[in-house]
Structure formats: C-alpha cells, structure tokens
Design a protein around this ligand. Sequence first.
Ligand SMILES: [Fe+2]
Ligand SMILES: [Fe+2]
Length: 256
Amino acid sequence: MNEHAKPMTLSERADELEERMMHELGERIATKSTLFNIADGKVEMPSGPALKAANPDKYFLMGADPRLPKMPAKPTLIDFFHNRFASLNHLLQSATHALKGGHSEKVVLACLLHDIGVASFIRADHGYWGAQMIEPYVDEEVSWAVRTHQALRFFPDPSVGYEYPEMYIKYFGADYKPEPYIVREYERARNHKYYMTSRLICVNDIYSFDPNAKVDLNDFVDIIGRNFRQPEEGLGFDDSPSAHMWRTLMWPTRFL
Ligand SMILES: [Fe+2]
Ligand SMILES: [Fe+2]
C-alpha cells in the first residue's frame, strides 16, 4: 500500500479478499452461501447477476472448489476425516478414552463421531446435525447417542461421575441455563434404552486436549469398518436421506 493511500475499510478489505479468491479460482466463480455471511453478522448473499456481470468470461463453480483438499470419486468416512474435518484431536481423544475404558464398539464409534457436526459443519445444534449425517450408516444406538449428547452434557449424572463441565461455566457464564428444548430432550432421554450410550459420550468427552496424548485415526479403521456402513457409491452419492449433507461438505461453494 502506498503510504499516502487511505487505509482500507473492513468492507473494502473483504471485497479485495473476494476479488483475490476469484483469481485463485481461475475460470470459475465460487459463491458464498447466506450461511457463511450470516456468521459474519450479515444477512445477505452475493447477487448472481452482479457476480456474472463482473466476471463475464467466467462460469459459476458447479463442482469441486480447487482451493479445498481434493476428494476421491467415491469418498469414504475416512476421506472426510482427512479432508473436511477441521480438527480430529478432540474426536480421537474421546474415542481413545472410550476404547481404553473397555466400552463397546458402538460406544467407541459414537465417541469418535459425536462432534463431527462441529468439526465439519456448524457448532449450533451440532449433535442433531451430526446424528442426521450418520443416521443411514450406523446402528440407531449410535446416531441416537450422538443426537442426545447435545442435551445430556448440560446435566450431571452422579451414577457415572459426570458433573456439569467446569469449562461450560468458563465459556457460557455461571448463569447459563439450557433452552427448554434441551431440557425436554434430556427428560425424554433419561429413561430411554440407549441413555447410557449417550451418557458415555459425555463421560468420555475430553474437554482439554493433552498435547502428549498419542492418538491416531488408524486405531479406529477396523471399528469404523465393522460399524459404519460405508456406501459403495461413496458418501454423498448413495441417495441416502443425508447424502446431500455429505455432498455439500464436499462442494460447499457450488452455485446451486
Ligand atoms: Fe458435542
Ligand atoms: Fe465433544
């Protein structure tokens, strides 16, 4: 920047970033969905006609975004772990903890997958999103547990030594009370046959990452193989009720 030039405003900087992003993409125009802007506090989406007018020689991106890690033609859960989940440590630590505790493979898988909503997609209501993603491919005990940990983690269970997490007091304040829909979910869950599976997710949920812990996704490949029905066509291409979710993770900047 020339020293006499005015410093850029935030929105000018955002425009410049968008411009640069467009160049990196070469011949294609990647579009940001409303959700991505909402997260920046703006309820807006880029206008298709305006983007096209500014880039008359380019077409909109309708497939893979070249800035993201390449996915194979028939992606597996492991491919998503490696290429689309922003962080694996928490999931691997929780699953490792459950494995060492001698729990069933369903519990270990539930721990391994419990926060994939957060790792890949969105924090809000992540238990519900994560459960929906895996529902067609796992035993209902696993998806039920993932969905319900959303609520259970806010309520103690002294029978297994689970207390309200200290971290939540630090993160949300001492006054935070879960919303009524979470309280209702907890009350429904208490007498459910899979209650303990979901509760064990909370018990094995490791909130602080131990930098010395040795965790490796390879330790879980066999458990995934036995308990996650990987579709032959690849996740996203099997026409399951959640296939679109996996496709969206694969191609998040498609125009439509
Ligand atoms: Fe969680
Ligand atoms: Fe967690």
